[in-house]
Ligand binder design. Structure first.
Ligand code: 5AD
Ligand code: SF4
Length: 439
């Protein structure tokens, strides 16, 4: 290639941003860009940003500040902000940080090649449309070169739930499901490139309702079709809303062997009063009932969740209700956050709880969740699991991969190869991983 320009992308936030960053790299690959992992070498720097909590957005501005010397050294360097901060703040980003040349939201990055060209001609494009066209249909086909054995695949985007704290319906837009055939084609393509595990992504993935053969397909129907793709061995999906866990999807956890026994099902709070204020449209009881039905279908299901503490109006009793729900469910893994007011969301208008109270609650909740996580991980010792090996581990001769429960597992055995799924006996539980031997 005559003009091999270098692109550096830094990704913040969720797995969908990881997927989007790959697609952006492919889109700019068609304009002659190859990826570099050194910002210093780059002709273009893209920050693919997250707006979910205040800290996530602030990180972007401090990172941009760090690029000042690079821009001074190379005036041709182009700096772009993509993702949800771009969507939420638009041209304001350029006012606050004048070294930014490009602002592109999550729904328009298929237009990056044209924007890149415009930048070369001196423009500073800002594109935060929610276009009619489907960006995925306008993106180039990914290169067939090697990649790891696991991949993300976006099947649904956006959200119509409007939880009172959440920016997603504003930054990612209304709920849209990709058509079944496009997803199946992309999945087959990934499998041909060596992928054995696909994680289906969507902000509200289990609300999937894509156009397919004979009408609208549910997520369960899509999973069952994907399970028939030869060579695809494992399917996961994230993130789900409790109200969209329909009967067939619950049943699939019991009868679809390729669907892995790990589920991320956020509840946010254990207090019905707070759930109502959050506009979650479910109760603690209805959530627990869904969990019970899932566990009836798949008794060894490992559950993960998201929690917010310090939501406006949360009392000590509300928080105790959350602790009680956590004790009742027993999570294998979870994320917990202090409430962060997001401009433009309904909850941002309400008075929050004092910061020291919220901090204290977060510590208590995280202590409990960490205990549960450790117990779940320790209970794997002595058991046989199946591990999909992804890459060499830190120690010499070690390979690391994930069990069906998404635990990281290390095995030191020369017979183990990348991309292989092997039966492993767990012998040790360490801080963030398990160690095993081939069974
Ligand atoms: N403050 C704190 N946490 C939030 N989340 C979403 N919005 C906020 C907010 N304003 C958390 C929720 C969600 C996860 C992705 O991030 O728990 O499930
Ligand atoms: Fe945000 Fe999830 Fe609620 Fe949608 S369902 S508004 S993405 S927290």
């Amino acid at each position: 290639m005559a003009d091999a320009r270098k692109l550096f992308i830094k990704t913040y936030g969720c797995q969908m941003n990881v997927y989007d960053s790959e697609r952006m790299a492919e889109a700019l690959g068609a304009s002659g860009y190859t990826l570099t992992d050194q910002a210093e070498d780059a002709d273009m720097i893209l920050l693919n940003t997250c707006h979910i909590r205040e800290k996530a957005a602030e990180k972007v501005y401090s990172e941009l500040g760090r690029f000042k010397p690079l821009k001074a050294a190379n005036p041709d360097l182009k700096i772009g902000v993509a993702g949800c901060v771009a969507q939420a703040e638009g041209a304001e980003i350029m006012r606050r940080q004048p070294l930014v040349d490009l602002v592109v939201g999550p729904q328009t990055y298929h237009r990056l090649p044209a924007m890149e060209k415009a930048m070369r001609d001196g423009a500073r494009p800002v594109d935060t449309d929610f276009p009619e066209e489907d960006k995925f249909a306008h993106l180039p086909k990914p290169p067939r070169t090697g990649r790891g054995p696991t991949a993300f695949l976006t099947v649904q985007e956006g959200c119509d739930k409007f939880c009172a704290f959440c920016v997603v319906p504003y930054t990612r837009g209304a709920e849209v499901s990709r058509p079944v055939e496009r997803i199946l084609t992309e999945a087959r393509d990934l499998v041909e490139r060596g992928v054995r595990e696909i994680t289906l992504l969507g902000q509200n993935v289990n609300a999937y309702h894509g156009a397919g053969d004979g009408g609208t397909w549910s997520l369960a129907r899509l999973i069952r079709a994907l399970a028939r793709v030869d060579g695809l061995e494992r399917i996961r999906f994230t993130t789900s809303h409790p109200n969209d866990m329909d009967d067939d999807l619950i049943a699939a956890h019991g009868d679809e062997p390729k669907l892995m026994p790990y589920l991320h099902l956020p509840v946010q709070s254990g207090s019905d009063r707070i759930l109502k204020a959050m506009n979650r449209k479910h109760t603690a009881q209805s959530y627990l009932r869904v969990i019970e039905r899932l566990r009836d279908a798949r008794p060894d299901l490992l559950l993960s969740g998201d929690f917010i503490v310090g939501f406006p109006g949360e009392t000590d009793q509300d928080f105790e209700d959350t602790m009680a729900l956590v004790r009742q469910v027993g999570y294998g893994q979870a994320y917990s956050f202090k409430y962060s007011a997001r401009p433009g969301t309904p909850a941002a208008e309400r008075a929050g709880v004092p910061d020291d109270v919220a901090t204290d609650r977060l510590h208590r909740l995280q202590t409990l969740l960490t205990e549960q996580q450790r117990a779940a991980q320790n209970s794997m010792v002595g058991r046989d699991v199946h591990v999909l090996f992804e890459k060499p581990g830190r120690a010499a001769g070690q390979m690391t991969g994930k069990s069906e429960y998404l635990h990281a597992v290390h095995v030191a055995d020369p017979r183990v190869e990348k991309g292989q799924i092997a039966r492993v006996r767990i012998v040790e539980s360490n801080t963030n991983s398990l160690a095993g031997i081939l069974a």
